[in-house]
Design a protein around this ligand. Structure first.
Ligand code: V47
Length: 400
């Protein structure tokens, strides 16, 4: 057993009592797995073999949530050991005006709506300046597909933000926004990415993926860039040296097979480029949108999605639990179901809160570190590229 703990990189940090506790824990897991219908998949993952799409479907359909969690936790441990990361970041939306009409969206507004907004570049810069005082290392910036802003708005915004702090990481614009810029301003997707990178763009967030299956896209976001275009833009971004994330919006009309298909398409792109840093399951929120008759996904479904993501996406380094989407408590539990990262301090969030999220809009670093420790993990503050900013040994007090 001590060999196993050594391999997982935790033995040196444990007292004798903790080591004994771990031994009992591993025996209990072993007991549970030996009796599970998923035992062959545990053996497969333990041997470092890739699970198939049929295996992933079986995992989704299994009632044995404990065994699924144990298998995903094994895969997570092999990747990152006992650490769980978080980032000190700020979300910013430049506008909620959008020409699309996605059925699940509670954020988008038309120009005629009284509660539409768009921020000027000085307003964006001011919000970023305030956030920098709180120690953020990343700005995550997205908006709707705005009907009339010129392309220079986006490049000037990036330049303005870099001018305040050249080292700040700008993770901005989903692949859907990139496709829209290309179509609107008569540019190729690559030319858009190159122009934005020259202005300061560092990486792409994962939004806009929803569910890749055409059947679902036709019903919930028929006028949005399709899956091939989304994946192609990520492929181009990777070719230009950028890292990206991929998301999956789950818990609405998609089937289990469509979830697996979404993960399989993501895995295939990652085999090709290696440029995806994190996969982020996003729990559907039904308030104030056209799919409000659907229930929100259950806690067990959320845990299952994180676990299967970890197991299917063996080539993606991180699975992020976005606590604003899952709820804080379930995000913490997801750390035992394959997730190794909690995003983030956030500070201001509109997309989920307009759709009914009841979480706070922000978590302090001390809160996140305590959540991670209480889940039995070592909290590590990371930057966008997963370099360590604050190690686990640092005291759990808030940064200025
Ligand atoms: O693309 C919109 C989703 C996404 C709803 O890359 C909804 O690090 C649930 O992409 N219920 C935006 N989801 C958020 C996003 C994200 C979040 C955290 C981290 C990262 C990252 C990216 O939110 C949209 C859409 O898929 N969304 N409306 C809703 N009612």
């Amino acid at each position: 057993m001590s060999e196993v703990l050594e391999r997982l990189g935790v033995a040196r940090q444990l007292s004798f009592c903790q080591t004994a506790g771990f031994c009992y824990f591993f025996r209990a897991v072993n007991f549970l797995i030996q009796r599970s219908e998923l035992r062959d998949l545990y053996d497969k993952v333990a041997a470092g073999e890739r699970i198939s799409e049929a295996d992933a479907l079986r995992l989704f359909e299994s009632k044995d949530l404990n065994a699924l969690g144990a298998i995903a936790d094994l895969a997570r441990q092999k990747k990152v050991g006992n650490r769980a990361s978080y980032i000190v970041n700020r979300y910013l939306n430049y506008s909620n005006y959008c020409i699309l009409s996605c059925q699940f969206c509670s954020f988008a507004r038309k120009k005629r709506d009284a509660d539409g907004f768009e921020l000027s570049i000085p307003q964006m810069v001011e919000k970023a300046r305030e956030a920098l005082k709180l120690g953020i290392t990343e700005l995550h910036i997205v908006g709707g597909l705005h009907p009339s802003l010129p392309f220079s708005y986006y490049t000037d915004m990036l330049k303005g933000l870099k001018a305040i702090r050249p080292g700040i990481h700008l993770k901005c614009f989903t692949a859907v926004e990139i496709a829209f810029f290309a179509d609107t301003y008569g540019m190729t997707d690559e030319a858009v990415l190159r122009a934005l990178m020259a202005a300061g763009l560092d990486s792409l967030p994962g939004g806009g993926a929803e569910i890749f299956a055409e059947r679902v896209r036709r019903k919930i976001c028929h006028d949005k860039a399709d899956a091939d275009r989304y994946l192609s833009i990520h492929r181009i971004a990777h070719g230009l040296g950028m890292r990206t994330n991929v998301t999956m919006l789950y818990g609405h009309i998609e089937t289990m097979a469509e979830r697996v298909d979404h993960m399989a398409r993501t895995r295939a792109l990652q085999d090709e480029t290696g440029g995806i840093q994190a996969f982020i399951p996003l729990a559907f929120h039904p308030d104030n949108n056209q799919m409000r008759k659907l229930p929100a996904p259950s806690a067990s479904d959320t845990l299952r999605v994180h676990a299967v993501s970890r197991l299917m996406l063996d080539n993606i380094p991180h699975v992020k639990a976005f606590w604003i989407a899952t709820g804080v408590e379930i995000a913490q539990m997801a750390l035992w179901f394959g997730a190794d990262d909690l995003d983030g301090t956030v500070q201001e969030e509109k997309i989920y809160h307009m759709a009914g999220s009841r979480t706070p809009e922000s978590l302090g670093t001390s809160d996140i570190r305590r959540l991670i420790r209480a889940a039995g993990r070592l909290p590590v503050e990371r930057d966008t590229l997963y370099n360590v900013v604050t190690p686990a040994e640092a005291p759990d007090r808030a940064r200025p």
